[in-house]
Design a protein around this ligand. Structure first.
Ligand code: ZN
Length: 143
């Protein structure tokens, strides 16, 4: 799969509204630093190195993001489709961000903890809220 974006433009991960840690996790996933593929073992499968491929399977990413298994890297697949401008969400839009984005952020949080060989906590706040607020505000202006 081609991991590059089709157009040359400023990567939306760099400027879309996200918390510092959310942005950091997105960038680290894309760069292949999260997981880093060598230094951690999976807490759930102690014999397995925590690789990207293992994390995708172990955390059931395809299932949780409702993507077919033909998508090799579900998170990169979604990051590549992030909006590059405020968009109105259509009923048949390719990605329903209000559902997918909090799951992407939850998965990245879980991997970040596993990378540090810690059990992921249940976050108290909704993950990914800054982006959802931005999309929601944009939608309100357009309609
Ligand atoms: Zn595992």
């Amino acid at each position: 799969m081609n991991r590059c974006r089709p157009n040359i433009s400023l990567d939306p991960i760099l400027w879309l509204p996200m918390s510092f840690i959310e942005r950091s996790r997105c960038l680290r996933w894309r760069q292949g630093w999260l997981p880093n593929n060598y230094s951690a073992h999976c807490l759930f499968h102690p014999l397995c190195t925590l690789t990207k491929a293992h994390a995708i399977k172990c955390l059931q990413m395809h299932n949780r993001l409702q993507l077919p298994t033909t998508v090799v890297d579900p998170i990169a697949h979604l990051l590549n489709q992030l909006p590059t401008r405020p968009i109105k969400q259509h009923v048949n839009a390719p990605v329903n961000w209000s559902i997918s984005w909090p799951i992407v952020q939850m998965l990245l949080l879980e991997i970040d903890y596993l990378q540090h060989e810690k059990i992921p906590p249940t976050p108290s706040e909704t993950l990914g809220q800054p982006l959802l607020d931005w999309l929601y505000a944009s939608t309100t202006i357009i309609t």
